[in-house]
Every structure is written in structure tokens, then in C-alpha cells.
Write a protein that binds this ligand. Structure first.
Ligand SMILES: [Zn+2]
Length: 202
């Protein structure tokens, strides 16, 4: 995997996602696997609409900074647990869009997405006659503890493409940055549809 291209793709994702309102006020964080021992990730607190190479740093698989003077996002542990559990995961993207945040508070345990044609954006799905369940985890400022909760869920739910954190945002991943970006776009579209449907059927 050409990691320089992946890093450029992370920067482009930041600009595109900010323009669409998915990463307001320095929120969200993005990463890409460099090799078995390193991950490129956005530096804590950087504005995703203005990302440059200076806003990307490297960490080892334990979350230690490998870039002098830079600290990764506090949510790095959530990224690393996804890389550790699946060697095919090459990128992890985290957004804070209004529909994702609102739905995560409105619904208690999970969001069920079914009968949408766009579900075919996810690997292994070739029909709209499918249900994708997006689990919702309680937010936790102890990220290590939250990572354990997420891992426990994923251990028992192998058919998973992303998860919500209540009042916080959304995580998804993929086999490249491009792949993970497609997942974000598909999920954000679905979250908007779910919001619209709730408004129209009130
Ligand atoms: Zn976050």
C-alpha cells in the first residue's frame, strides 16, 4: 500500500468532509495504516477543513507518538483496536455529523438500516434486501474502556461496518482510505434518510 497516497487521501477527506458539515470545529479524526507497526493519524485538535501534511503524524500500535512534538487524538485507541483486530483494515474515519449525532441520542441501542439500495456500497452486500445494524455505544471519556466495549461487541458481531457513540459521532473503516470514504458517504446518506423519515412520519 502506497502510504503517501493514503495520507494525501486523508487530507482530501478532511477538506471534503468539512465542506459537508461532517467534522465541525476541529472534531473527528482520520487514520491510515502505514505498515504492521505504524499508523498515520491526524494530530489532536487540528481543523479538518484545513488539513495539510503538518497535521498528520505517526503512532505505533500502542498509540505512542513517533513524530516529535506531536500528540495524536485522544481517540487513537479506538483506531488502533480496529487495525489490530483485522489486518485488512487500512483506514479508519471518524465523523461528527448532525444526523449521526442526533440519531445516536434519539435511539438507545442500535440503528437498523434496511431495504436501501445504497447498502450495496458495503462489501459483501449485493441486494437492498439486507439489514445493516449500527450499534450505539454510550459515550465515555475513558477511551481505553470504550475501546474494550467496542471490541467485545465486534467479537460477537462479525458482520459490522461501523458504529455510533451516543451524542458524539460515527466510526467506520475500510481496506483503503477511498474505501472508508465510500462507507462514510453511504452511511451519512443513510443517516440523513433516517432523519428525514422520522420528520415526515411524525
Ligand atoms: Zn470524536
Amino acid at each position: 500500500m502506497d502510504y503517501a497516497a493514503q495520507v494525501s487521501a486523508l487530507i482530501e477527506a478532511g477538506h471534503a468532509f468539512y465542506a459537508r458539515g461532517w467534522v465541525p470545529a476541529t472534531s473527528g479524526n482520520f487514520s491510515a495504516r502505514v505498515d504492521d507497526e505504524r499508523v498515520a493519524i491526524t494530530v489532536s485538535g487540528r481543523h479538518k477543513g484545513k488539513l495539510t501534511l503538518d497535521d498528520i503524524m505517526f503512532v505505533d500500535m500502542d498509540g505512542n507518538s513517533l513524530t516529535a512534538g506531536k500528540q495524536p487524538s485522544t481517540e487513537t485507541a479506538l483506531h488502533l483496536s480496529l487495525y489490530r483486530r483485522d489486518p485488512t483494515t487500512q483506514a479508519v474515519l471518524h465523523t461528527h455529523s448532525p444526523p449521526a449525532t442526533t440519531l445516536s441520542l434519539l435511539l438507545k441501542e442500535a440503528l437498523s438500516l434496511r431495504d436501501y439500495e445504497v447498502l450495496k456500497a458495503f462489501p459483501g452486500i449485493d441486494t437492498h434486501e439486507y439489514e445493516v445494524v449500527v450499534p450505539i455505544f454510550a459515550n465515555d471519556q475513558d477511551i481505553g474502556r470504550l475501546a474494550v466495549t467496542v471490541e467485545h461487541y465486534l467479537d460477537y458481531h462479525l458482520d459490522n461496518y461501523g458504529y455510533l457513540i451516543a451524542g458524539h459521532g460515527f466510526y467506520t473503516w475500510g481496506s483503503s482510505v477511498e474505501d472508508a470514504c465510500r462507507h462514510i458517504e453511504a452511511f451519512e446518506f443513510l443517516f440523513e434518510c433516517e432523519m428525514l423519515m422520522r420528520r415526515m412520519t411524525r
